[in-house]
Design a binder for this molecule. Sequence first.
Ligand code: BG6
Length: 511
Amino acid sequence: MNENPLQEQGRSSKTIDPCILVIFGATGDLTKRKLMPAIYNIGREGFLPSNFACVGFARKEKSHDDARNEMKEDINEFSRVKPVDEAFWENFKEQVFYHQSEFDSDEGYEKLRKFLEELDAKQGTKGNRVFYLSVQPKFFPLIIEKLKAHNLVYNIHEVQDKWSRVIIEKPFGRDLDSAIALQSHIEKFLDEKQIYRIDHYLGKETVQNLLVFRFANSIFESLWNYKHIDHIQITVAEDIGIGSRGHFYEEEGLLRDIVQNHMMQLLSLVAMEPPVNLSADAVRDEKVKVVEAMRPFTEEDFTSFCIRGQYGKGFTDGKPVAAYREEKDVAPNSNIETFAAVRLFIDNWRWAGVPFYLRGGKRLAKRATEIAVTFKDAPGILFKHQDHKNDPNVLVIRIQPDEGISMKINCKVPGPESPIQPVTMDFRYGSYFGKSPPEAYERLIWECMMGDSTLFARTDEVTNSWKLFTPLVKYWSEHPPQNFPNYEAGTWGPKESEEMIQKEGRSWRIL
Ligand code: BG6
């Protein structure tokens, strides 16, 4: 018999209960690119429980061995550490299984339950389950209902000797009504404690570091408010297009795909008050308060401070790329946005009057996600006679790539003439810590197995965010754009986005 590769390692100081992870949508793109490599890496680094199994659930016919071979290929292609470590893999693969079924087949769920019970007996997984729903959102209600009907998830008030948790991929709803409807459906079958709404941005090291940066350093807190901060820019720029996700994008668009969730998570972490402790609820209580305090969009905002765009053809990395309307599964006259820029305000004491400018887009000039905090100008009294650029201080938190934090300060150029010039102090994760951070999905799957939901979105975070964005989604669908495509692939988006911020006397950072 193979020895269990995880038995010896156990490098984590925290222990995870034995469990089985079942992935619905096991043949999908996310599973291939992110989930399978993540599970392998958690295992390879010794963070999986000793008694563990992973079962892929999908509609295609496939043997356990086929699934294992495909997983190995996925790891070799997409893992942050590759190629596969053969010695580890030989034993690890024995913990990977596949179960074929339609999502609506009662027989399929019955067989799954029996199969998992057999695995419990063989692998010592003790009835504990994580179900990861990496499927189209329309299947969420059905799968959760079936899991409950077939006793695959347990009532937490009746069953205490084993646990079951469900990870739900985004998007959670398409607007406020659908998010509320989805929530009321699933809470018939699951307790909130069992629901893990994933927003993978929360699993990124640099995003987690936001809390540490803000609350483990005393120097920033006294400056972190309307008295000292002029404005904050949050950018989520991607150079890639929509790839093979035409169907998804035609349904969702960038506002739902990126702004309503990933960008709002970044904004909440930057703007929240210190939590009373680091428990899941204490942290999420403070994040919710930020979203609750967001000023609703007005009619004027819709026309002047909410900009949408769609890419036309252009160049990425010097190579010609197609327009959005020419992508696979996209309508030739599609009005879906692939770019959005909005101005937001948080109407609370700390942030009174401070604009938050958010921009996100596909096929922009480069991949860069960052938060830039621009401080108010120093009074220009002392150096106004000298020929210098009095730039404001800017603190930049680079989420990816080139993860790090930099601070722009003004400095005297050496020499008698003494002009003043902005310079940058820079901290880089890569060169300081000397290793690549784990992928967000590794951290999040691990946290769910640990039973810690701090890094997952709570229902009120999601619904409050929808409350803010639903009127905009509605306005945009009722007022189709007249000028799409309105930016060339490989640029920084439509000129209206520049105009939006310039008319307030500011400009987007050049990245
Ligand atoms: C996903 C979006 O949630 O995040 C994608 O659906 C986007 O459209 C992706 O490309 C970006 O993730 P990351 O981790 O590469 O910033």
